[in-house]
Structures are given as C-alpha cells and as structure tokens.
Design a protein around this ligand. Structure first.
Ligand code: PGA
Length: 252
C-alpha cells in the first residue's frame, strides 16, 4: 500500500503568530478527531518558523518540510539557507522544483540537480514538483514536458535514492488560479509518471513512489482527485491556509 500524503505549502503567507496558531489548533483537532491515521501530514512554513514548528510537532506523527534550500553546502551566499542548517534544527524534508521557484528564481535543471544532490547528502526527503504550462497543454506537450523535467533531474539518481522522493504533479495553469485539473486529466498524468518510473526503475519502485497532485485543490474537489488510483495525495497551497478547509482535504 502506498503512503497517502497531504502537504500544506504556506508559501510566503504566514507570520509567526499565524504559523503557531494554525499548528497548535490543527494538532488539537487532528488528535480529537483521530484523522491522522494511515496518512502522512506535512506542513511547510517559511524559514524563520521551521524551528518552532518542528518543536511544536515533536512526538506527533506530523512532519515539517522546508520550502527551499540553497544548492551549495556552505559559504558566502548572503541571505541563503543550507541543507545542513535545516538538518541542525531537525528538518528532514524539502520541496524542490516548485514552478514558482523555477519561474521567479530562475531555477533550471543544473541548480535543481545540485539542490537534489545536497538534499540527498543530508538524507532529506524531497517533494519534487513537475508540471506543464498552459501553452504546453494547449499544444499537447504536457507529457513531453513532464517526462523531460523528470529525466533531467530525478531520473539522474540511482534507484536506491528514489525512496527519498515524493513527486508532485502540479500543472502550472492550475496553481493558485482556481482552475483545477479534472480528475481524469490528473489521473492520466499520474499514470504516465508512474509508467516512467516503471520503465526507469522497475515495478517495486514505481509501485511505491507517492505521486501527489497540486493545483487549486480544495475541500470540494479533493475527494474526486484523491480517489484516483495513481493519485496518492496532494500538495495544497491556498486551501491549506484555513484550518477547516485543510482538515476537510486531509479527511478526503
Ligand atoms: P494552490 O497551490 O493550491 O494555491 O494552487 C499549490 C502549490 O503551489 O503547491
């Protein structure tokens, strides 16, 4: 059985108060309603709040992920945060390849490869995002784009590293737009991604890897998406900023 995973990507939205308020209240409800059974819940706050967030979650089954890391181990990179720094405060998961980082911070294949390498060096779990633009989908290039994104990054890893990865399929046209992929569109792409893992690494890897969907997931569409056979959960942006909405998504 593949792990079901739900990740809250808070992006650059929550300050200290919002972060700690959310986590404390969310935790209380999760345990009262026993809804963390059989699934992995991961919260991704901003850098300054990772430490306190991790402390609040100590001894629970919930996890924290960083939204980014720098691609070098250490050195003169003013303003940056390294994998080893995060490791030293107990962080073990990181989101890489998000389309907002690719677009606004020009993260291309070489940087992503270095980030992956550093993350693996410190035994991080990597939530690796792929997805096509609207232009690519309109030209029926979505499969080619996603295949290429995987081949030039994740597929450079030997098979014994794949256990550290979660893949998040996030069509760019669906992120933060309110336009979700239909569950058929998402399932078709997830099935395709799994077939690429099968081709590259064989059945035991492709059966185990969790492939999450991301892009305008909400409390109304989550159930349909998550009931598809190759969709193992979601990476949630906007709808993870409200406790009750996010809880409904988790329960889906
Ligand atoms: P969204 O963001 O749910 O607001 O579309 C998803 C993401 O960017 O991970």
């Amino acid at each position: 059985m593949r792990k079901k995973v739900v990740i809250a990507n808070w992006k650059m939205n929550y300050d200290f108060h919002d972060t700690t308020f959310f986590i404390r209240n969310f935790l209380k409800i999760v345990f009262e309603r026993k809804i963390n059974h059989n699934k992995e819940i991961i919260l991704a706050p901003s850098f300054p709040f990772l430490h306190i967030s991790n402390q609040i979650l100590q001894g629970t089954t919930l996890n924290i992920a960083a939204q980014n890391i720098h691609h070098k181990d250490k050195g003169s990179y003013t303003g940056e945060v390294s994998a080893s720094m995060l490791k030293s405060i107990g962080i073990q998961k990181v989101i890489l390849g998000h389309s907002e980082r690719r677009e606004f911070f020009f993260e291309k294949k070489n940087i992503l490869l270095e980030k992956m390498k550093i993350a693996l060096k410190y035994n991080f779990n990597i939530i690796f995002c792929v997805g096509e633009s609207l232009y690519e989908r309109s030209n029926n290039q979505q499969f080619k784009t996603v295949e290429c994104q995987l081949k030039e990054t994740v597929f450079q890893c030997p098979s014994n590293n794949i256990k550290y990865f979660y893949i998040a399929y996030e069509p760019i046209w669906a992120i933060g737009t309110g336009k979700t992929a239909t569950f058929e569109q998402a399932q078709t792409m997830h099935e395709f991604i799994r077939s690429l893992f099968l081709e590259k690494y064989g059945e035991s890897v492709s059966n185990k890897i969790s492939i999450l969907y991301g892009g305008s997931i909400n409390d109304l569409n989550a159930k349909d998406l998550f009931s598809q056979k190759d969709i193992d959960g979601g990476l949630v942006g906007n709808s993870s900023l409200q406790i009750e909405k996010f809880l409904k998504i988790v329960q889906s």
